[in-house]
Design a binder for this molecule. Structure first.
Ligand code: UDP
Ligand code: MG
Length: 318
């Protein structure tokens, strides 16, 4: 019988965990004939009773495993940890708030086993219930990434997907520190089937992503998957050289024809400030890439596990 590991990143989700457990148990029952399910909670440094909830469930149910971080490392790190601890033949990633409906899992499992796909992914076709400003910027981001990056990053794509062991092993080889999974999934390639569904609102608790956090995350996506902004900076430089050259010709001709009355210093100030702004912007772009490179070269671990009930090969149970 196949084993499906379900990775569930959790950050301050004490209310959502029991609700999630009930739902996933129903799904596990419906799959009972074909596959067994392992639930792998990743406690991403929660400050509430999430870890206690996980331990309680683990005591009642041997299918429940948990990995607990020493602090909050972010959802990307939690997913990576989950992938490295999961030992199923198939691995799924699912949010704990039921925005990734567990009821889709049997269908995903059917597709991955019966059809020639290496992963079954999901995308939301609506963003119902989300603040309009957030939806607007999300759409702009995906449209821009589509144009700038060779890697396929799908609009509305969730991190919710079921993958084969081979797919997971390849993902684990991408050990970069600055992670943007939606891009990494596309980067490894293979055949992916997309399932579409309507947005579901959170079961309990509230979203952990502020607008600011999402904005920084989108920079992660851009810097991680395209170097187009660097080319843009160079292009801007050439453009301004050209403009300056034309302006120079104009001024020389004008001075020869009409003399040189001193005027125009306000416009000069504006130009200087404008060019200064463009230069800082370009240095900023450069700095962003440099900063990411700097973080990568430190080779810091992506996460630190404080405690777990997963028995890893060669390691004693903690
Ligand atoms: N999450 C996490 N670490 C974080 C932030 C979020 O593990 O630093 C988890 C969170 O518990 C949830 C999932 O990531 O299971 C998605 O988060 P959320 O529902 O807040 O995001 P949204 O659905 O609003 O995009
Ligand atoms: Mg959510």
């Amino acid at each position: 019988m196949d084993r499906i590991s379900v990775i569930v990143p959790c950050y301050n989700e004490q209310e959502a965990i029991p609700i999630f457990y009930n739902e996933i148990s129903k799904t596990a029952d419906s799959l009972r004939q074909k596959a067994e399910i392992q639930i792998l909670f990743v406690n991403d440094g929660s400050k509430d009773a999430s870890l206690a909830e996980m331990k309680k469930l683990a005591e009642q149910d041997s299918r429940v495993k948990y990995v607990s971080f020493s602090r909050n490392f972010g959802k990307e790190a939690a997913m990576y940890a989950g992938l490295s601890y999961a030992d199923g033949d198939y691995v799924a990633i699912m949010d704990v708030d039921l925005q990734d409906p567990p009821s889709l899992l049997p269908e995903m499992y059917r597709i991955i086993t019966e059809e020639p796909y290496d992963s079954v992914a999901t995308r939301r076709v609506t963003r119902k219930g989300e603040p309009p400003i957030r939806s607007f910027f999300a759409r702009r981001f995906y449209a821009m990434m589509h144009r700038l990056s060779k890697t396929d990053i799908v609009d509305g794509a969730r991190d919710y997907r079921l993958m084969t062991r081979q797919f997971v092993n390849e993902l684990l080889r991408l050990g970069e520190y600055n992670r943007f999974s939606k891009g990494l999934f596309g980067w490894v390639g293979f055949e992916t089937k997309w399932l579409e569904y309507e947005n579901v609102e959170r079961s309990a608790g509230e979203t952990k992503w502020s607008f600011w956090k999402l904005l920084l995350y989108s920079v992660e996506g851009i810097v991680g998957f395209t170097t187009a902004p660097l080319a843009m900076a160079a292009f801007l430089g050439i453009f301004f050289c050209l403009v300056a050259f034309l302006a120079l010709c104009f001024i020389i001709v004008r001075t020869l024809m009409f003399g040189d009355p001193v005027s125009g210093w306000p416009s000069m100030t504006c130009i200087i400030i404008f060019i200064g702004g463009i230069q800082l912007f370009c240095i900023g772009i450069l700095g962003e890439y440099l900063a990411k490179t700097y973080m990568e070269t430190k080779h810091r671990p992506i996460f630190i596990c404080k405690e777990t009930n997963v028995e890893q090969a060669g390691e004693e149970k903690k």
